[in-house]
Design a protein around this ligand. Structure first.
Ligand code: FAD
Length: 242
């Protein structure tokens, strides 16, 4: 018996990003870097914020990346599969994702909000997006909703006929949500942010898809609270990952 049906279909225009656990603070960078001159005494560095900030800025500027690896964040993320396809290219992250073989996938689908810019302009690699017209938004809404309803009904029909979940899922679209735990250290996170956020402060601008940028924005918000000096140094250094 299916525990959810196409009657329960939901459309969302957001992502969920929750910080599940973290061992991450600016002093993690300091003790790791100071071992080079202080040895075992580096665990108790007598530094104030100004000195720590100076050292972190130096490491960032010179791209001494390894001291930024002694931290860890685990996020719980719900996002559409087309976002996961991009996210999972980031090999510095560790992933565990819900299975479409071992559980019935929920009928939760991404539908862009009316604020999502719909029209692409500019050249390859540096696209810009502008607002769609109400008519264009109506086309997106209607086409997305009807395709999702139809595909979920087909999925259910196969499950009801006794077909395995791993086969039935082949009809589901890439805007269905999936969930995963994502773990990374601050160095991996900076690499992710340098590529998945569009910022005028970036020395090497990137033009990510808006929906993965929504995940990146939430990661950055959580990270900045935990490691404010490291975050500030990253921004001041043109958002270049060390
Ligand atoms: C705007 C944008 C558009 C994109 N378009 C496309 C596209 O059209 N097609 C496509 O296929 N991909 C595309 N990508 C994905 C992109 O090519 C990267 O796969 C993705 O951004 C992950 O980056 P990364 O390899 O630096 O991350 P990670 O895998 O986390 O790696 C981090 C760093 O580790 C090092 N590293 C990791 N693995 C290796 C390795 N095997 N060998 C050497 N060094 C390694 C590198 O220094 C790398 O920068 C796009 C990405 C962005 C941001």
């Amino acid at each position: 018996m299916a525990d959810v049906t196409s009657e329960d279909i939901q459309f969302r225009d957001d992502v969920t990003v929750e910080l599940v656990k973290a061992t991450a603070q600016d002093s993690d960078v300091i003790f790791a870097a100071r071992v080079s001159t202080l040895g075992e005494q580096s665990l108790h560095p007598a530094e104030d914020d100004a000195q720590s900030g100076g050292l972190i800025r130096y490491l960032m500027r010179e791209r001494h990346g390894s001291p930024f690896e002694h931290s860890n964040f685990t996020f719980y993320v719900q996002a559409p599969i087309f976002v996961w396809r991009e996210h999972m290219r980031h090999r510095m992250c560790s992933y565990n994702e819900e299975s479409g073989r071992y559980r019935q996938l929920r009928p939760v689908f991404y539908l862009p909000s009316p604020e999502r810019r719909l029209v692409q302009v500019g050249k390859t690699g540096a696209y810009d997006f502008i607002d769609g017209t109400p008519e264009q938004y109506a086309v997106v809404s209607e086409a997305t909703e009807s395709a999702c309803r139809k595909s979920y009904e087909s999925y259910e029909a196969m499950l009801a006929a006794g077909v395995a979940r791993e086969v039935a899922r082949i009809v589901l679209p890439v805007n269905i949500y999936s969930s995963a735990y994502v773990s990374m250290n601050a160095r991996g996170l900076m690499n992710f942010l340098s590529l998945r956020r569009k910022s005028e402060d970036s020395r090497f601008p990137s033009y990510p898809q808006r929906e993965i940028e929504m995940v990146a924005e939430r990661y950055e918000e959580e990270w900045a609270k935990l490691m404010p000096l490291t975050h500030a140094a990253f921004v001041a250094n043109g958002r270049v990952a060390p």
